[in-house]
Write a protein that binds this ligand. Structure first.
Ligand code: SAM
Length: 374
């Protein structure tokens, strides 16, 4: 089945408001899944989470659920990186994950600078400058970072220009024109959030002749303001905020105790919504690790209600189960977002590709989008 059809057939898994998702589950999920989860003990949730982490699934799970997991996984991007020659560097006080990313992304950027004969590197969302510092040993770098506390930590040298401005689609090219009125640019970014790795960078590549290449690793898809960009998905897929958020989640990020605390808060909220017969959304804040009695007490005080705390665990198991199903589906959403960016460039005839660059366990958001004007 192609990706669009697969998505449209299964999108109910990832849509819907978390606080009332259990109601949706009872109407939209296959009945054998619901019967299975309802009749299983509470341990089923931890078993399911461990099974996903270990890439196994117990025989006791419904056949249709096992097939759905298999089919969904067959839609995933290939996230295994190829062997490349990494930069031979060792920077003090930089975490292993970041070193791994810089060695590989840095090598790719430097190779491209050389082969395309580009003049300047632009590091978009440079943070404290780990990538900038390494690249500026070889080429002039313009490091753009809106957070002054971070940009202040970028090492200064003759090869680095720091721009501590918030960039958007309207100002990136004019900022570059002001700093360097002549010469060509390669735009890069390591985990550039939301539009930084999409609308801002890709449109600058399309609209400005002087931008010769883009090498960008995206993250924080929930911050994207324009989706879809490509003609390919324009009429067939729209993603909600919850889906964009979900696209950032992957199994290797699973932390079962943290997930349990999260599920508990969702389950309590769902039960409270039901008891009060209203949708509290995210209006109220609760401390972590409270009992349901304390939870309802806090809500009563803030809302002036007098709900009695009963059956607080009612939706916990179902919400946890749904949350796990969503995480199985999340990589499909990530694939749609990544392909949308790629196709947005390719539809105008640009040479572009999407490549797995980092070890996906160490650095789950590991896909780099490369576009060149050769
Ligand atoms: C996820 S961090 C990555 C930082 C760095 N590239 C790294 O890998 O360590 C993204 C950075 O982009 C910056 N940023 C986000 N939106 C921005 C914008 N519109 N203009 C400039 N900087 C932005 C944030 O302040 C943050 O430091």
């Amino acid at each position: 089945m192609n990706l669009i059809n697969f998505y449209n057939k299964h999108k109910f898994i990832s849509q819907g408001h978390y606080f009332d998702i259990y109601q949706q589950a009872f109407t939209e999920y296959p009945t054998d899944w619901i019967e299975f989860i309802t009749s299983s003990s509470d341990e089923i949730v931890d078993d399911f989470a461990s099974a996903l982490l270990n890439n196994t699934i117990s025989d006791s799970f419904p056949q249709s659920l096992k097939e759905w997991i298999k089919d969904t996984k067959s839609m995933y991007l290939d996230k295994q990186p190829k062997n490349i020659k990494e930069l031979d560097i060792n920077v003090k006080f930089v975490k292993h994950k970041k070193m791994h990313e810089i060695k590989r992304l840095g090598a790719l950027v430097l190779d491209t600078m050389k082969s395309l004969n580009v003049d300047y590197i632009v590091d978009i969302g440079a943070g404290v400058g780990h990538l900038t510092n390494v690249l500026s040993e070889h080429y002039p770098v313009i490091a753009i970072e809106c957070n002054k506390e971070l940009s202040n930590q970028i090492k200064k040298n003759d090869n680095v220009i720091i721009v501590d401005k918030y960039i958007d689609k309207t100002n990136l090219i004019s900022i570059l024109d002001d700093i360097k009125p002549t010469g060509t640019f390669l735009l890069t970014g390591l985990h550039s959030c939301g539009d930084l790795s999409s609308a801002i960078t890709l449109d600058a590549f399309k609209n400005c002749d002087r931008v010769k290449a883009v090498i960008t690793v995206g993250c924080c898809f929930q911050l994207i303001s324009e989706f879809p960009k490509s003609n390919h998905f324009k009429d067939s897929i729209q993603l909600t905020k919850a889906q964009l958020n979900s696209a950032c989640h992957v199994y290797s990020d699973f932390n079962i105790p943290r997930l349990n605390a999260y599920w508990k808060s969702l389950g309590y909220r769902a039960r409270l919504n039901e008891m009060l017969n209203l949708d509290l959304g995210t209006k109220l804040r609760f401390p972590s690790n409270v009992t349901f009695e304390q939870y309802v007490d806090i809500a009563n005080k803030q809302l002036g209600t007098n709900a009695m705390p009963t059956d607080g665990e009612k939706y916990l198991k179902m919400i946890a189960f749904i949350s796990l199903l969503r995480s199985v589906f999340s990589p499909v959403l990530e694939k749609i977002i990544q392909l949308d960016r790629l196709l947005y460039l390719q539809q105008d005839g640009y040479e572009a590709k999407l490549v797995a660059l980092f070890d996906p366990i160490l650095s789950p958001r590991n896909m780099v989008l490369i576009a060149l004007k050769t």
